[in-house]
Design a protein around this ligand. Structure first.
Ligand code: PEP
Ligand code: MN
Length: 345
């Protein structure tokens, strides 16, 4: 990876760099961070001579050759100081970043979503979530509706909160990017869909959209999870958050096997913020609070929690696992307290 002296290379500088690496059959990818652009070399980038020539350029500060299967996500990469800004907040700044909202937006009851959004803003969430398109295990369950995006866009407009929507294919991605969705969620079922990951990384590169990548539920190992996120960054979007959300087989009584305990492992290996989803992990509203506290204790930078103003009236997962905005408010206060006392190895 190449770090320039200035924030960004000028066009002639980039051209010179490209011409050097092309002699070694490599290409250059510009990765735009908030304060600093870094440049990854793609291809067989082990040529010592190529490195020497790049390091000798007057406008290059450093050339890093990291031996890692995920050289951009690795803690030792130049992105170690990269910060992800969403709305007014830096994720993992001085308080947990909380994403809250219904599992699924009910297009027939837009007011339930809008009222939930206002109540959650009041409760103190930092971003709103809501499923427009849903990856359902059963093909006969509600699958989502293009029109539901208008409802969450209205909620963003009224509350000023950034929004998080899961996308599963190119068409949904295009609609979400056209709408400048703040957080593109990749669900557990697509967590290892490398062509989708590449497309999302490439098409969201240089935009303000961050990505929340869930962990593959069939116990994707920390390395496999991080390698999946590398696909997103290697296509140009470094604004990636890692989201443990429980794995299968489930722990008896929970919906999945809670996995917030991998947070320190992820943070030890990468620089990326970890945003745990306790809702899908435990799968019952009554256990969401303790799983949230445990996640913060393990060092998570944020949480993604399903919440609905009237859970029994919700669709998708809401009747069983959404917490009310009142409970969300209590949860945020106790998580902020836990945050101040957490132990970071
Ligand atoms: C969701 O967030 O509603 C969802 C379907 O999540 P996951 O991909 O973790 O199952
Ligand atoms: Mn859900």
């Amino acid at each position: 990876m190449i770090i320039p002296k200035a924030e960004k290379l000028s066009a002639p500088q980039l051209q010179e760099l490209e011409s050097i690496v092309s002699e070694f059959k490599c290409t250059v990818l510009e990765i735009e961070g908030h304060n600093q652009c870094v440049y990854a070399i793609l291809g067989d980038e082990t040529h010592a001579l190529m490195f020497k020539r790049i390091a000798g350029l007057s406008y290059i500060r450093k050339v890093d050759a990291i031996e890692s299967p995920y050289k951009l996500m690795d803690r030792r990469s130049a992105l170690v100081d990269h910060q992800i800004k969403i709305g007014q907040r830096v994720v993992g700044g001085d308080a947990p970043f909380i994403i809250g909202g219904p599992c699924t937006i009910d297009p027939n009851s837009p007011n339930l979503f809008i009222e939930t959004a206002h109540a959650l803003k009041e409760a103190g969430v930092d971003a709103l979530r809501g499923g427009v398109w849903k990856p359902r295990t059963n093909p006969y369950s509600y699958q989502g509706d293009n029109n539901a995006i208008e409802i969450i866009l209205r909620a963003r407009e009224e509350t000023g909160l950034p929004i998080d929507i899961e996308v599963m294919d190119s068409e949904q991605l295009k609609i979400a990017l056209d709408a400048k969705v703040d957080i593109l969620q990749v669900g557990t079922r697509n967590a290892l869909n490398y062509s989708l990951l590449k497309e999302i990384g490439r098409k969201s590169a240089g935009t303000e959209s961050a990505i929340l990548l869930k962990r593959g539920r069939h116990v994707a190992s920390p390395d496999e999870f991080i390698a999946a996120s590398e696909y997103l960054v290697a296509e140009g979007n470094p604004n990636v958050m890692l989201c443990p959300r429980g794995t299968t087989p489930a722990l008896d009584g929970y919906r999945n096997h809670p996995d917030e305990s991998i947070t320190p492992l992820l943070k030890n290996k990468t620089w990326a913020p970890v945003v745990v989803d306790p809702s899908h992990s435990v799968g019952h509203a009554q256990f969401v609070h303790s799983c949230s506290l445990a996640s913060i204790a393990y060092g998570a930078d944020g949480l993604c929690i399903e919440s609905h103003i009237d859970p029994p009236k919700g669709i998708g997962d809401d009747p069983k696992q959404a917490i009310t905005p009142d409970k969300m408010k209590e949860l945020i206060v106790t998580c902020q307290e836990m945050w101040k006392n957490r132990y970071l190895p």
